[in-house]
Design a protein. Structure first.
Length: 253
């Protein structure tokens, strides 16, 4: 029987790559996103819902829809996130801090809260939380983002302990620098803040890994499919970086 998989922020970027990987593996895919246009552009075979993961009513309504349509659930990919501001801590506005934590950390919490009863009732399945290598190291000029991503690691490890007795696993995936529009925006803002060019920032990010490279969304998708498979049946509570091996989280080009 094919897996039933939910992916938040699944209409574009890393989320879409995760959805594509599961679909290629034969799973039933249901993506949630705040971008209605991006949802419309998703493949017809995918279920699609416009959901704001930072709003509990929106999340609750989505899970009610999922339960009515599917009745069970195998995999939750709590993937939604925003970059947040790029600034020194004294220049970060409280509203920007709260918005970053609301989408990244509270979004993962809310989706896990509503997925847990379905997974526990089934007695199997897994939660996959997309954190970041910013959840493993300090990250200058990105305090809200790093705080949220560290919090997601703690959430994932705790979920593994709570859900494990019910046969449900939870793991945290920590992408490094993923090629795409989001990291381009981050690099442009960081370049402006540090008086550097975008290419200098890019080179610094890449040289901060032992493999000297950014990663692609499909690399995250492949890891998600593996962690949700029987091949990873006893892998739980783990924080797994897909990043080309970060050796210096704040390299200077």
């Amino acid at each position: 029987m094919s897996q039933k998989v939910l992916i938040t922020a699944g209409a574009s970027g890393v989320g879409r790559a995760i959805a594509e990987a599961f679909a290629e593996a034969g799973a039933q895919v249901w993506v949630a996103d705040v971008d209605a246009a991006a949802l419309t552009a998703c493949p017809e075979g995918w279920r699609r819902s416009e959901v704001n993961v930072a709003d509990e009513a929106s999340v609750a309504a989505w899970f009610a829809e999922v339960e009515a349509a599917w009745g069970s659930l195998d995999v939750l990919c709590a993937n939604a996130g925003i970059a947040g501001p790029t600034a020194l801590i004294e220049d970060v506005e409280l509203d920007a801090w709260r918005a970053c934590l609301a989408v990244n950390l509270e979004g993962a919490f809310l989706c896990s809260k509503y997925a847990a009863p379905m997974l526990k009732q089934q007695g199997s399945g897994c939660v996959l939380i997309t954190s970041s290598t910013a959840g493993q190291y300090g990250y200058p000029n990105r305090a809200p983002y790093a705080a949220a991503k560290w919090g997601m690691v703690g959430l994932g490890k705790t979920l593994a302990m709570e859900l494990g007795p019910h046969g449900v696993r939870c793991n945290v995936i920590c992408p490094g620098s993923v090629e795409g529009p989001r990291i381009e925006g981050v690099m442009e803002r960081e370049a402006a803040a540090k008086g550097m060019t975008r290419d200098q920032v890019y080179a610094g990010y890449a040289s901060g890994t032992s493999m000297g490279s950014f990663i692609e969304g499909r690399d995250i998708g492949a890891m998600a499919v593996f962690l949700a498979s029987d091949a990873a049946r006893l892998v739980s509570g783990q924080v797994i970086a897909v990043d080309g091996h970060t050796v210096n989280p704040d390299p200077k080009a």
